[in-house]
Design a protein around this ligand. Structure first.
Ligand SMILES: Cc1cc2nc3c(=O)[nH]c(=O)nc-3n(C[C@H](O)[C@H](O)[C@H](O)COP(=O)(O)OP(=O)(O)OC[C@H]3O[C@@H](n4cnc5c(N)ncnc54)[C@H](O)[C@@H]3O)c2cc1C
Length: 391
């Protein structure tokens, strides 16, 4: 038994991992992100350094070039990046969602083809499930794949897909016909971004970030048999293999943003003086909201750590409940912490110099994606509390 098991602390190796990541991410920091966002640049330099040092692929098995750790490690890495002001949004997608699905459901050849390059960051895989007419109701997606001889032919549209301009491929959720029942069921395909018939249109967002969002048009995209992840009769669990990691990583990312915002606010509250010699943090009207954020932040961090521990222990069902609750708590605390940080800075909170106003928008993402606050409340009401299904 790990000596830290008694006191809810992380194992020593993860503490050391966090320290190393914080050092690397701190080298880039908020200024790097803002510079890249303003100039249309990407996070590539930091991404590839994270890949070379083994941090990006910490959850991928060692035999495929990864660190052999779990989702607890990967989420800790992302939380540290975000807390240093340099969140890597695409970590939620490439190593967490796509890496987990391929690792758990892919054939040996598929693992060998994609996992080492996902682990070292040289292959960035985006993830596409959302469609404009389906929204939160992903059972309604209409992108379909049909067999034509030895190939699959995909048709459909996706929206709000992150990072497709930097991605080498997109893991697309489509529907195929079940060979036994004839019913349509979800299946996952790796679609190279240079495939004929695959095109994209950027979505203008009100949020300044290096990562962009896209609508995808998939018109008669022909793929080899090997593009279908796992087996044709693999079923829904293949999709779920990626959704718990997505929620855990979303929660960790939100907690990192909250940590960054809280640190900036506390620094400012200790320095800013407008009533004689005493800093504004002396006043409980300033201090209490910061203390409340600290408490709610630690609650959210415990939730994602529990969700990740359940996932790493192979308890997908338990992880599902806690990953949803963690994602909810993370979304709430990233919004509350950035709001309090802006307010603590007074007028400076809305200046470009302090960079917090744009974070208000970034923090909102945690309430909306990958699954909205309301859909989590629906899930918890039904699964945790046994209330009737509402949707
Ligand atoms: C920046 C960004 C990046 C994204 N990246 C990706 C990506 O890489 N890949 C991908 O596949 N998707 C991505 N998404 C999409 C994201 O997952 C969806 O936006 C999200 O699932 C919500 O769907 P929607 O926007 O269609 O909202 P809608 O489903 O239209 O919902 C609108 C509102 O209605 C509420 N609502 C809907 N149904 C119910 C109900 N039954 N009960 C109560 N309230 C309800 C919702 O909570 C929400 O507040 C991204 C989104 C954003 C904003």
């Amino acid at each position: 038994m790990n000596t830290n098991d008694h006191n809810f602390s992380e194992p020593d190796e993860r503490v050391a991992l966090r320290e190393s990541v914080a050092k690397l991410a701190g080298k880039y920091g908020r200024e790097y992100v803002e510079r890249q966002a303003a100039s249309g640049g990407k996070m590539t330099e930091m991404w590839l350094e994270m890949g070379r040092t083994g941090f990006l692929g910490v959850n991928i098995p060692e035999e495929y070039g990864g660190g052999g750790g779990g989702m607890s490690d990967l989420a800790a890495v992302l939380e540290e990046c975000a807390s240093a002001g340099a969140p890597l949004l695409m970590m939620v997608v490439s190593p967490a969602i796509c890496g987990s699905i391929i690792n758990r459901c892919g054939t040996a050849a598929q693992k060998q083809t994609w996992l080492p390059a996902i682990a070292d960051g040289t292959h960035l895989m985006a993830f596409g499930i959302t469609e404009s007419d389906a929204g939160s109701n992903s059972h309604q997606i209409t992108t379909t794949a049909r067999r034509d001889g030895d190939e699959w032919v995909l048709n459909g549209q996706k929206t709000f897909i992150s990072g497709v301009d930097e991605a080498h491929s997109v893991l697309i959720v489509a529907r195929i016909e079940d060979e036994k029942t004839g019913k349509l069921k979800p299946a996952l395909f790796v679609v190279p971004t240079d495939s004929p018939g695959f095109s994209t249109a950027p979505i203008e967002m009100g949020w300044m970030a290096p990562e962009k969002q896209f609508t995808l048009f998939i018109d008669d995209v022909r793929l080899p048999k090997s593009a279908l992840i796992g087996e044709r009769d693999g079923d829904l669990w293949q999709l779920f293999a990626g959704l718990n990691p997505e929620r855990i990583m979303g929660a960790a990312l939100s907690c990192g943003i909250a940590r960054y915002a809280l640190d900036r606010a506390v620094e400012y509250a200790k320095e800013r003086k407008v009533w004689g010699d005493k800093p504004i943090g002396t006043h409980q009207g300033v201090a209490h909201p910061l203390a409340k954020v600290k408490i709610e932040l630690e609650q959210a961090r415990l939730l994602w750590q529990k969700a990740a521990a359940l996932y790493d222990a192979g308890d997908d069902f338990g992880a599902g409940e806690y990953a949803n609750m963690a994602k909810y708590a993370g979304g709430e605390i990233s919004c509350n912490a950035t709001d309090v940080a802006v307010h603590t800075h007074g007028g400076n909170g809305l200046t470009a110099e302090y960079g917090l106003a744009n974070m208000l928008v970034a923090a909102r993402l945690g309430r909306i994606a990958p699954v909205s606050r309301e859909m989590i409340l629906n899930f918890v009401a039904m699964h945790s509390l046994g209330l009737p299904k509402s949707y």
